[in-house]
Design a protein around this ligand. Structure first.
Ligand SMILES: C[S@@+](CC[C@H](N)C(=O)[O-])C[C@H]1O[C@@H](n2cnc3c(N)ncnc32)[C@H](O)[C@@H]1O
Length: 314
């Protein structure tokens, strides 16, 4: 694509210090920075990668905003999935062109944009959000990103456990849960997910991580879950000064993935013994009596609050 800048384009302006400004181009408009004013008209008609100079002489490099840049700059209701995690979700949940994906909750619509782009026009995304105000934010952000409502996107206001069970949906290829208590949706997800399908849960804290994994294990319809987090460390590279940047985003969230077994085929029991001390008291007694770990309730529930910041302020 070799399109020149046109009205309505979202353009990222980067100054010599790397500071970024997201501007939506409109004929006749001016963008004010503390390093002078940039005329939108001066950008219109230029190719991407052009340099525009402000009235105070500061040069800005101009590119159309990437999806990662867009989601970090867009208005938010709920905390958004950080781009490094969205990229891992698309990769490790194996979101493919043509896939039918169920997502909950939609929140601010950041992950929805990544999913819609990954499934392409032949696929479909069903996003469930229980808060009508957040659903409205998600709708605005998604429509703004794609330019119009994607015809293969269905936004449902409601609780994911009600929507999918029994619901109008048929089987889906992938389920992505970014909600406080994904374990409450495990049974509904198992009924909806096609054999071989992948459920991917994004959680912020270790109690959520433990409870999600144990619930998937205990259910029986899923193969052994996998859990991981992604640490992204940027580097400073200049001459001989080559080192990791001093600052990094230390923690965003954990990903848990599990694959749906064939209908009626239970997951084989795990061979590995639990590590000493992995279960205590009643739980250990339960294990010895043949009770599967997840049949117990190892972690107290958490309040329905945002479990913490997952993205830098913005
Ligand atoms: C952290 S936000 C999701 C952010 C979203 N993935 C994004 O990138 O913008 C979590 C959302 O899940 C919604 N939620 C929590 N439990 C839910 C449920 N049982 N069904 C549907 N939505 C739910 C909350 O209202 C909240 O908007």
């Amino acid at each position: 694509m070799n399109r020149v800048f046109a009205p309505g384009d979202r353009v990222q302006l980067v100054d010599p210090k790397g500071r970024r400004h997201l501007v939506v181009l409109q004929s006749g408009q001016r963008y004010h920075t503390h390093r002078g004013i940039v005329d939108h008209d001066a950008l219109l008609g230029l190719p991407e990668g052009s340099v525009i100079t402000s009235t105070k002489g500061t040069p800005y490099v101009a590119f159309r905003a990437s999806l990662a840049e867009y989601v970090l700059a867009m208005p938010r209701g709920a905390a958004v999935v950080y781009p490094k995690d969205a990229a891992m979700i698309v990769g490790y949940a194996d979101i493919f062109p043509g896939a039918v994906v169920l997502e909950a909750g939609a929140g601010s619509g950041a992950l929805t944009c990544w999913l819609l782009r990954a499934v392409g026009e032949r696929g479909a995304v069903v996003s469930v959000e229980r808060r009508a105000d957040f659903a409205a934010v998600a709708r605005r952000n998604v429509v703004r990103f794609f330019g119009s409502p994607p015809p293969n996107w269905h936004l449902v206001v409601g609780d994911v456990t009600d929507v999918v069970a029994p619901g109008p949906l048929r089987r889906v290829d992938r389920v992505v849960l970014d909600m406080l208590d994904p374990w409450t949706a495990v049974d509904a997800v198992a009924r909806l997910l096609a054999p071989g399908g992948i459920v991917c849960c994004y959680v912020a804290t270790t109690p959520q991580l433990g409870r999600t994994v144990e619930s998937l294990r205990a259910h029986g319809a899923f193969a052994e879950p996998e859990a991981f987090e992604t640490l992204l460390r940027t580097w400073h590279v200049e001459g001989l000064a080559i080192r990791p940047d001093h600052r990094m985003i230390g923690h965003t969230g954990f990903l848990v993935t599990a694959r749906r077994m064939a209908d009626g085929v239970p997951a084989p029991p795990r061979r590995r013994r639990p590590a000493p001390g992995a279960w205590s008291g009643d739980e250990a007694a339960g294990l010895l009596a043949g009770v599967r770990p997840g049949d117990l309730d190892p972690v107290a529930g958490t309040d329905d609050v945002d479990a913490g910041p997952r993205t830098p302020a913005g």
